[in-house]
Design a protein around this ligand. Structure first.
Ligand code: SF4
Ligand SMILES: [Zn+2]
Length: 301
């Protein structure tokens, strides 16, 4: 499966291709908001490289400058994507003249020797995206059950820096057990904590996935995804930080995703996507009557 989006690639707006690769999925599988691995094939003999080449060939056009690979886990986990396969994918993209590839990984698989091997004979710019979610270890442990600490992220970031690999961090907006107000501050504080470490910060507003603790709480009325107003506030307050700030919300305006009201959802989503290309905070100025309801929610503890 593949899809496209436009993003800033090495300083210029360009077309990016995202490919979802079938693998056995994440080894951790315990984050409170995630069930991606449920869609992973159980057959570990699957030929990921051939599937990748087929997907790439059917999706490719010569406007594409960047490829993002999603495995619903860690591309750098050698049990998930075998080292021969990972290496062939990187060499293939390099030969095709792609400028940049994004690979996702948990911090424990960011190993200097392995990355050096992958990058051998390729002039492709690699970007490693890590689902840090929050810089607060209490949030990581109790709200998310992430299984690693902020310090683990810092250690893996040092390896990336040493190898000139770009560092992209995903930060979550509104994990469970935080109020709307706490969630806003957690996202802003997390971005500030990695201002001089990450090259790109991608905010992920929560969506409710099936068969997760978040879904259980949501069904009981004890959790709701973030307001779009909260996203606007977070983006505005982090727009002047050094990293590129991006946000591509999923299920925006739907019951399981982030939202405001029917009158402003579409407009705000468009503004968030545009902001992600240029980080101009003026595009985030917006008014709608539903803002009062959000302001009332912020008073709750
Ligand atoms: S969020 Fe990432 S690390 Fe956590 S279970 Fe899902 S795929 Fe694994
Ligand atoms: Zn509204």
């Amino acid at each position: 499966m593949f899809f496209y989006n436009r993003e800033n690639v090495q300083g210029k707006e360009a077309k990016a291709l995202s490919i979802i690769l079938p693998t056995v999925g994440c080894r951790w599988r315990r984050c409170n908001m995630c069930s991606y691995f449920e869609d992973s094939p159980t057959d570990s003999s699957i030929d990921t490289f051939s599937i990748f080449v087929d997907e790439f060939n059917s999706a490719y056009d010569n406007e594409i400058r960047k490829v993002k690979l999603f495995t619903s886990g860690s591309f750098l986990d050698p049990r998930e994507v075998r080292p021969e396969c990972a290496k062939k994918i990187v060499s293939f993209l390099s030969e095709k003249g792609i400028n940049e590839v994004t690979l996702e990984s948990r911090p424990e698989y960011v190993i200097e020797g392995y990355l050096k091997e992958l990058m051998e004979d390729s002039d492709l710019q690699i970007e490693v995206a890590i689902g840090l979610e929050s810089s607060n270890n209490r949030v990581l442990e109790h709200s998310i059950n992430k299984g690693f600490t902020f310090e683990d992220y810092i250690s893996s970031s040092k390896v990336l820096k040493k190898l000139d690999i770009k560092n992209k961090a995903y930060l979550i907006i509104k994990p469970p057990f935080l109020t709307e107000k706490e969630a806003i501050y957690d996202a802003i504080n997390s971005a500030k904590a990695i201002e001089n470490i990450a090259d790109v910060i991608s905010f992920n507003p929560m969506t409710v996935h099936k068969d997760t603790l978040v879904e259980y709480l949501w069904n009981k009325g004890e959790y709701s995804p973030p307001w779009a107003w909260s996203i606007l506030k977070i983006l505005k307050e982090t727009s002047n930080l050094r990293p590129d700030i991006i946000c591509h919300p999923v299920a925006f305006g739907r019951s399981r995703g982030p939202k405001n009201c029917k009158n402003c959802n579409r407009d705000i989503e468009k503004r968030i996507l545009e902001f992600s290309l240029n980080n101009d905070p003026d595009i985030l100025d917006y008014e709608c009557d539903c803002k009062k309801e959000w302001e009332e929610e912020l008073l709750k503890f």
